[in-house]
Ligand binder design. Sequence first.
Ligand SMILES: [Zn+2]
Length: 158
Amino acid sequence: MKPSFAPWRLEFILGEREKGCVFCTRHKRKKDRDDLILARGKYSFVIMNKYPYNNGHLMVIPYKHVASLTKLNGNEAKEIFGFLAKAEKVMTKALKPHGFNGGLNLGRAAGAGIDDHIHFHLIPRWVGDTNFWPVVSETKSMPQHLMTTYDILKKHWR
Ligand SMILES: [Zn+2]
């Protein structure tokens, strides 16, 4: 994955970390809009990244707190893959990206910000976005972008 320059990520990198697992906390507290949770399944959920590499950056995450692919069973893997495909479809329709980066970072050395709860990224890309985003987006305006994008994607998810 080759992330674009995203200055608001500094807040994540330099900010204070929450106690416990952020992903477990998010799916348990049932504040889906506040937490940017787009969809829930039986085994996993879809959440937008609060510190995105790009507009629309989302993640598919199992409810189960595991750090390795080998800990996911067939049903869980199937649902996660289904959500990734649906996210691709929804974002293609709603945001009209020119492509996607996707995948996972297993372990801190591989770039995982949260390395003990596996999560799959899907990041829409537009030709020239690495130049475009720093110009139009400032750190403080990102929450606004996030809620707007959340509402657009939520509407298309149905
Ligand atoms: Zn967890």
